[in-house]
Structures are given as C-alpha cells and as structure tokens.
Ligand binder design. Sequence first.
Ligand SMILES: C[S@@+](CC[C@H](N)C(=O)[O-])C[C@H]1O[C@@H](n2cnc3c(N)ncnc32)[C@H](O)[C@@H]1O
Length: 263
Amino acid sequence: MSTEEAVAAHYSRGNILERLLDVVKKSGGNPAHFAPADLQNADQLHIGGAASTTRVATRAGVNAGSHVIDLGSGLGGVSRHVAHDFGATVQGVDLTPEFVEAARSITECTGLSDHVTFSQGSILALPFDDDSFDVALMFHVGMNIQDKDKVFVEAARVLRPGGIFAVYDIMLLGGDTEQYPLPWAVTPDTSFVQPPLAYTDALAQAGFAVDHEAKPLAEGVEFLERALSSGGPVGVEVGAMSNLLTAFTSGILAPVEIYAHLP
Ligand SMILES: C[S@@+](CC[C@H](N)C(=O)[O-])C[C@H]1O[C@@H](n2cnc3c(N)ncnc32)[C@H](O)[C@@H]1O
C-alpha cells in the first residue's frame, strides 16, 4: 500500500455522512437543508474549528472576490466556512474519496454548491491551470505528507502572482518522541511532522516570501481539553486527541500558522 492509500484508508471512517447529519438533527436542524454552523464544528478537522478558520482566512486576506483553493479539504468545513462567511469562491481538493463525497453532499444541503466545489486527488499534482487562484489554504494536511516541497511548488504554480498561501499545521518543536495514535496517523509510518523551519525553507525554495508565523498553543490546549470532555470533530478518537494534548503540553508538537505570498 502506498503512503497516499494508507492515508486515505486512515480517514475512511464509514458512515461519515450519517454521523454529520446526526449532529445537525441533534442540534434541532433539518438534515435536508441547514446552515454550515449547524454542524457544530464537527466538519472542521483541525485545532480551533471555525474560530481558527475565521482567523486564518482573515489573516490571509480572503474576501468576497477571492478565488480560494483549499488543499486537503477533508469534509469541506473550511471551504464552506470561507464561502459562507467571507463570500469567496472555493475549490477543495482531497485524497479521501469518502470525505469528498460527504463534502459534496453536505455542501448541497447548505445551498453552497454554486460557490464551493470539490475534486478528489492528491495535492502533490493539482489538476488546475497555472495562476488560477488568489489564496491557497492548507489546514492540518502537511503532517501526512513527506514531500512538502512538491506541495508548495504546486501551490506556487496554481496561485497568481501576488497570491497568498496560509498553512496551518501541527508542527514539531523538538524534545521527546511523540506517542501514537495521533489524529492524523495511527503509527509513525504515515506521519511526517516537521519543524516550522522546514516549512519556511521549503516555501522559500518554491518562490514564496514568508510574511508571518504564529503559534496558537494555548488555544490548542484549551480546544483539546474541551474536545476531550465534550467530543471533538467527528470520528477523531479520544486516545489520539489525548496523545496530541500530551505532545502539546510537553513541548513536542504545536499548532503553527505560516503566511506567505508570491512576489
Ligand atoms: C486532518 S484532515 C484536515 C481536513 C481539513 N483541512 C480540515 O481542516 O477540516 C487531513 C486531510 O488531508 C487529506 N490529505 C492527506 N494527504 C493528502 C494529499 N496528498 N492530497 C490531498 N489530500 C490529502 C486527508 O484525506 C484528510 O482529509
């Protein structure tokens, strides 16, 4: 099995759409037609949920005229959020067929299909022309990708000159070895966490100018503590969230945002 097949198998959880629609029903919504917020963050598979999506998209300058690519779009939570709240047009791309199908169905139910579309495939080889997008977002995907250089070269290719790239990943700070399972991998075989410097070097190599870096660690700890007591994103195991919390509090891993632009 290739790394990409193993990663897609990890995220293929079964019944994901039913589980998301259950969240809508439990919050009193109509599962045939609802607002993105009715999913209660269950479709945002990253630290901080919708609040961090708003923060990163704002810092990346997303607005109503933006044409955005969401790299590793998962269940489509980030894509729908920036389309609904910022008025952007969004193209999501994800490896996991089950996630792409669920993302399309949920988007249909939220009435956003004219503004948000999804492709199934690898972000290492994007099926889009050069200079197609204003902003690229990548939330919690790089941990599953060894060849980040290739992703950043692809992002640079599909962004127009002056385009902005915001990466929000879990990164390696050092110290001890992280314990598995973690939310993105059951074993180290499909986990490629790297330090922020590896990201900024690879971004510069791909032609980006790095503008800003932020480490919302306190928010990450708080988010995981809350998720552990009340349930986090759909399908993320308690043991994996607990190991991630330990890695945060012991200084091994941290959520890190990096903002860069093309000249
Ligand atoms: C932790 S989820 C994050 C999903 C989404 N960005 C979010 O924040 O809700 C990681 C996603 O990355 C996707 N992924 C991992 N490697 C990928 C690759 N090479 N190409 C495209 N998607 C990939 C997985 O399928 C999964 O949906």
